[in-house]
Write a protein that binds this ligand. Structure first.
Ligand SMILES: C[S@@+](CC[C@H](N)C(=O)[O-])C[C@H]1O[C@@H](n2cnc3c(N)ncnc32)[C@H](O)[C@@H]1O
Length: 198
């Protein structure tokens, strides 16, 4: 499965230009209040680096991991062009040795897994946070299947890889006692904070 993912994304990133542009994801940018200089951020599935590079430009110390060698190469080029450092590595998040209690911010944007893998991945993201850290996550919801028919937009074609509020909630049950968690809008964008609610 993972080598298929690497080939799929390498194919997407082959050629000129940036598949998702070089501007940061809008939801990530809207969470700027959490993104202070000097914080340590992990960007899993950073693709061609638009989000990791933007975080580095804000002064965060950024590690990123993506399964696509071409994506990681593009990230490094973008970082160089912007005059910042991103520790971008090729890796499969499903088998990666996830750190624990290391990051102030984990930013997972449009990173999709099969239902069978997603809980493990989300637990790894939450466990990678230091106390007080924040997970910023945006992904396509199940509604995207219908929406894309009308609007011709992208995203996974199979329901198994799409998000829903119950799926997200099920994953974080038992992980969030005393912490804030919110589904920000219908597209299953979620922000989870390990800062106590309030
Ligand atoms: C839709 S793209 C989003 C890229 C980037 N987050 C952005 O917003 O521009 C999904 C990315 O997740 C990466 N990815 C998917 N499965 C992965 C895995 N198991 N390990 C590491 N990266 C993975 C892909 O290579 C791809 O770059």
């Amino acid at each position: 499965m993972s080598s298929e993912q690497a080939e799929f994304w390498d194919e997407r990133y082959r050629g000129e230009g940036f598949a998702f542009g070089t501007a940061p994801n809008a939801f990530l940018a809207s969470q700027a209040r959490y993104l202070k200089p000097g914080l340590h951020a992990l960007v899993p599935g950073d693709g061609q680096g638009r989000n990791g590079v933007w975080l580095a430009q804000r002064g965060l110390v950024v590690d990123s991991v993506d399964i696509s060698p071409l994506g990681v190469a593009a990230s490094k080029e973008l970082a160089k062009a912007r005059g910042v450092e991103v520790n971008a590595r090729v890796g499969d998040l499903l088998t990666w040795d996830w750190p624990v209690d290391r990051y102030d911010v984990v930013a997972a944007l449009y990173l999709h897994f099969f239902d069978s893998d997603r809980p493990q991945m989300h637990h790894a993201m939450l466990d990678a946070l230091k106390p007080g850290g924040v997970l910023i996550l945006e992904a396509f919801s199940i509604e995207q299947l219908e929406y894309k028919k009308v609007h011709g937009s992208g995203g996974p074609k199979i329901a198994d890889m799409l998000y829903s509020e119950p799926k997200l909630a099920a994953v974080v049950v038992g992980k969030l006692d005393g912490f804030g968690f919110g589904i920000q809008h219908h597209a299953a964008a979620a922000l989870r904070s390990r800062v106590p609610c309030g």
